[in-house]
Design a protein. Structure first.
Lengths: 287, 287
């Protein structure tokens, strides 16, 4: 393939998802430049052929496509403000971070004002699917440049679901999906905590559920983590609390009453206050 | 097989689970006599070879094994009090109802006082698994008569898990399992409600989850019910509210904090107050 057809991509944010995204883009032949607030995380990608940049502006210089994979809307906005002087008119911005309903609207507006083609594209999947290029990309944005965009998504994911032409719909869908992940996490944590509290071996809960209609890969993975007291992070408590707050903000704005989600947020907040922020969200069990 | 080896079984309670249990016991060769508070439900089983009895005492007369499948601890206690004059010393009592921690203790005590061999044996599975003899029996009770008991369980379920020799452990495990079912239900209901409230097609939530780690047979079944607005009952809101209260009672007694379960109970109570008590618990979506 002609190198002309491989655009240069700037990846802003190289955390649990951003780092494997950058690596997978390079593997697929893209020229990848990465920036991360904690510089070491971007520099660690040099061995994988990713060029570490000292600032967002350095990263987006000459980039045809900008990918943001940051913690929240504010981080994304700050990185893009820092990148602004070096942005090329007409560049494509793929916004993968989970930022919620309000932030996605202002980011899309900002993109328009700076002549960028904006795609609202949060991803479904955590560390492991990201590493295996098995994310599901929930994409909303203009049809015009979808061919270019699709090639990027195919390098990082197993599937791209086109949700809408207007940005925003993907971020809203993402909140509903995250809410499902949180509900599974808290439900499992509480069920195992209840068994333990009642003097029943919590492994029996897993035993009975296994192979039945209530079983899932997610159930197995998180149950194993809790039973082994191993909270290696796929999705941190801190990040989950942030996203659960976005869920509650969206629910309040749309007039939807989410009792269990509100209670789950309390668990995340309590786990956070107890110092479990960096642990996997299965540490809801410790709340 | 010699008919001597097939004990006579009295089934007290022929609701969503009790009726198929009685039918499956008869299919397997047991002589089955059934009583139900609403007599019509027991009489409807005549075509399946089950003898309908007018009172608990009539049903347990000459029965070697008594099976209770009733709504709650109080119903079980009332039925057994009514049956008491006709109970045979040494008869086996298989208690399948979900009655919670306190009630199972008093039922076991009562059984001891009346010379019955008591098994705490709640079942995992709702209407459909019951009809297909695919329940999972969570059994606690003395080893002495397990061979006889196991033959009964094999007629109604796909698996018997022996939990403990002392009754109580099974009922406690059952609460943790029901809590998982409730958490799945509310989590799904809230996730689909949030999508809808945010103007996103809730079918997209199902679409993205399908085939991934958060997918399950339970997720698919309840999501389909909600999307079709079809609340045909596998597990009624009224029954779920009752069991969720038992979960919270058990949590309070054991000092376990269940935020999400408490919030879920609120949803069930609200659905109940809105007149959805007879609908399937997927009607948490309507709360």
């Amino acid at each position: 393939m002609n190198t002309q057809t491989f655009p240069t991509i700037a990846v802003l944010g190289t955390g649990l998802i951003g780092a494997p995204v950058a690596r997978n883009l390079h593997k697929r032949g893209f020229k990848v430049r990465a920036w991360n607030r904690t510089a070491g995380k971007a520099q660690a990608l040099a061995a994988d052929g990713v060029e570490a940049c000292a600032s967002p502006a350095d990263a987006v210089q000459d980039a045809d496509i900008i990918v943001t994979v940051l913690n929240d809307g504010r981080s994304v906005q700050e990185a893009m403000l820092a990148a602004a002087p070096a942005l090329r008119q007409g560049a494509i911005w793929l916004q993968l971070s989970t930022v919620g309903v309000d932030a996605i609207t202002s980011l899309a507006d900002w993109a328009g004002q700076h002549g960028l083609v904006f795609y609202d594209a949060p991803v479904q999947g955590t560390r492991q699917p990201a590493e295996m290029a098995q994310l599901v990309v929930l994409a909303s944005g203009p049809t015009a440049q979808r061919e270019t965009v699709q090639a990027v998504f195919e390098a990082i994911g197993k599937r791209t679901l086109w949700v809408a032409e207007q940005p925003g719909a993907s971020s809203r869908l993402k909140l509903a999906l995250n809410n499902w992940a949180f509900a599974l996490t808290h439900g499992l944590a509480e069920s195992l905590a209840l068994a333990t509290g009642l003097g029943v071996d919590p492994a029996l809960v897993v035993d009975v559920v296994t192979g039945g209609p209530m079983d899932s890969g997610y159930f197995q993975a998180k149950a194993a983590a809790i039973l082994a007291d191993n909270y290696a992070t796929s999705f941190s408590i801190a990040n989950a609390a942030k996203d659960a707050r976005l869920v509650m903000d969206a629910a309040a704005q749309s007039g939807v009453r989410l009792d269990a989600a509100q209670a789950g947020l309390q668990r995340f907040e309590r786990a956070l206050a107890a110092g479990h922020g960096a642990k996997d969200m299965a540490a809801s069990y410790l709340a």
